[in-house]
Design a binder for this molecule. Structure first.
Ligand code: ADP
Ligand code: MG
Length: 492
């Protein structure tokens, strides 16, 4: 029994696919948002001309020595604090030896036996169910360069700009039991690393890349052989790739073939995974401690300094929203998708909006429009203060929900900025004069005797029909609560 096997003892069985249990573990490379590289002072900016950001250290010129970037270590500490991990007071850099044209040193500097971040977990909701995925470790390492095949005919180019870019590789236990759970884990981790500002999270540019290790087994059997899907750089591909891989592995087993451990690539064109190479064992890399770098020492005071700068985390914030504002778990989770969205909600509440209504508007109307226009909350044309003013006018009975939506639309599309002025200009004020309202109600009752009889015979629908008639007759300006009360009184 290996260590992964031991860690799975006693975990509940996941949902079955054709009688098989799915087991997934993730390795994620988060590119750390430092301005310079992990062991040199060259820039990490994306998109520069090839080889303009490769220093002598990155090129592995003889006589150069790596110098640790403090900012990278600090970001690793932040992740450890965010995920409740142990931060090693002393961790060790190791050389992972292999040959590849985009790796001029002939080895990658990584951490092997003693990583900087150990243990911890990521918790998230999958529907209503709270899931916890345990981490094995997170270690610091340098990225390799890039081989360019597309731009050349009959030859390949090497771009070493990316060589030496700081990465944190975050490794989970094989704790996930479905594609949906795996994608939810990746989304949550993505949210956390961007929230605490250690990674820009840009998946197209490769700042957040996931490797999904997938195996299947009969319930209760030992862990199956895994295949590792490399470099998933979108949540959509992640879902397609894992789904395909599960079906493929089950197909192989059902046909009587054994799964070979392998590294595979997902092809978005065909929607299939394809074996790239059989998997190396750790022994093939001849890991040994890097003699050029002293062990990484992290004093408790350093950890405390970093802790003091940590923002409130999304999960803690969501739990606080539930506690302080009585929101549902679901709404609170929606509002804490990004710091900017949470800030918008906070501002609206601070400006006097009822929290539940602010939450409904933000997760409903506003989220829909942001989505539609593919923009961020920071670019929303309606400010949190304006939203609060509008919600206030619903609360004090000045406008109905429907009218409020019209005002909101006007503000969003730039027709106006001031809530009260818009209500006035559009004639959306609710009717609050009881006398005028009673006149309308009397007329409606006189014209609909059938509904009255039906209502008295116990049909609720008939009552709603009468409310509808009154609202229509008032051109939507009657206050529905008032209409309800007056109608009930009149019908006895
Ligand atoms: P490497 O891929 O570098 O050899 P490890 O052996 O440490 O690394 O395992 C990498 C990942 O594979 C971990 O995320 C772990 O959870 C996952 N894993 C290990 N065994 C299985 C398995 N049988 N099925 C699915 N995932 C697994
Ligand atoms: Mg791996």
């Amino acid at each position: 029994m290996n260590s992964f096997e031991q860690m799975q003892e006693g975990r509940p069985t996941g949902p079955l696919v054709q009688g098989y249990e799915v087991i997934i573990g993730f390795e994620t490379h988060a590119q750390l948002s430092t301005a310079s590289k992990i062991f040199s002072r060259a820039s990490t900016a994306f998109g520069a001309e090839p080889n303009t950001q490769a220093s002598a250290v990155d090129l592995a010129l003889p006589g150069t020595l790596p110098v640790m970037n403090k900012g990278a270590v600090e970001r690793a500490i932040k992740l450890g604090l965010a995920l409740g991990s142990h931060i090693a007071p002393r961790s060790v850099f190791a050389r992972k030896n292999y040959f590849y044209p985009d790796l001029p040193k002939g080895y990658q500097i990584s951490q092997y036996e003693i990583p900087v971040v150990q243990g911890g977990s990521v918790a998230f909701f999958l529907g209503d169910e709270k899931k916890t995925v345990r981490l094995v470790r997170a270690h610091l390492e340098e990225d390799a360069g890039k081989s360019l095949h597309e731009d050349f005919v009959g030859q390949s180019g090497i771009d070493l700009n990316r060589a030496g870019t700081p990465l944190l590789e975050i490794v989970t236990e094989p704790d996930m039991r479905s594609t949906a759970e795996a994608v939810a884990y990746a989304r949550e981790l993505h949210k956390i690393v961007t929230w605490i500002g250690i990674c820009d999270g840009n998946m197209q540019e490769g700042s957040f890349r996931c490797d999904a290790n997938v195996s299947v087994r009969r319930p209760g059997a030992p862990l199956g052989t895994r295949r590792e899907i490399k470099n998933l750089n979108s949540f959509k591909f992640m879902q397609q790739a894992i789904d395909y891989e599960i079906r493929w592995q089950i197909g192989e087993l059902e046909d009587g073939r054994a799964i070979q451990q392998a590294t595979v690539l997902f092809d978005p064109e065909t929607g299939e995974t394809r074996a790239m190479r059989t998997k190396e064992d750790a022994a093939d890399y001849r890991y040994f401690p890097d003699p050029d770098l002293p062990p990484l020492a992290i004093a408790p005071e350093w950890i405390e300094r970093v802790r003091a700068q940590m923002p409130e985390l999304p999960r803690a914030m969501a739990e606080r929203y539930v506690r302080e504002h009585g929101l549902s778990d679901y709404d609170a989770t929606q509002l804490t998708q990004s710091p900017a969205l949470a800030r918008y909600f906070d501002e609206a509440v601070r400006a006097g909006a009822a929290p539940k209504l602010a939450s409904n508007w933000i997760t409903g109307e506003i989220a829909r429009r942001l989505n539609q226009q593919d923009i961020d909350i920071a670019q929303a044309p309606v400010t949190a203060t304006q939203l609060a003013a509008l919600i206030g006018r619903i609360g004090d009975g000045t406008v109905s929900n429907n009218a409020a939506r019209q005002v909101f639309d006007a503000m969003w599309t730039g027709e106006g900025q001031e809530v009260d002025a818009l209500i006035e200009a559009k004639g959306l004020k609710q009717m609050s004069d009881t006398g005028a309202l009673e006149k309308i109600i009397d007329a409606v009752l006189a014209a609909n005797p059938r509904n009255i009889d039906e209502y008295r015979a116990g049909k609720d629908k008939a009552f709603n029909a009468l409310v509808g008639q009154v609202m229509k007759a008032s051109q939507g300006k009657a206050n529905p609560a008032q209409v309800n009360a007056l109608l009930k009184a009149k019908l006895g």
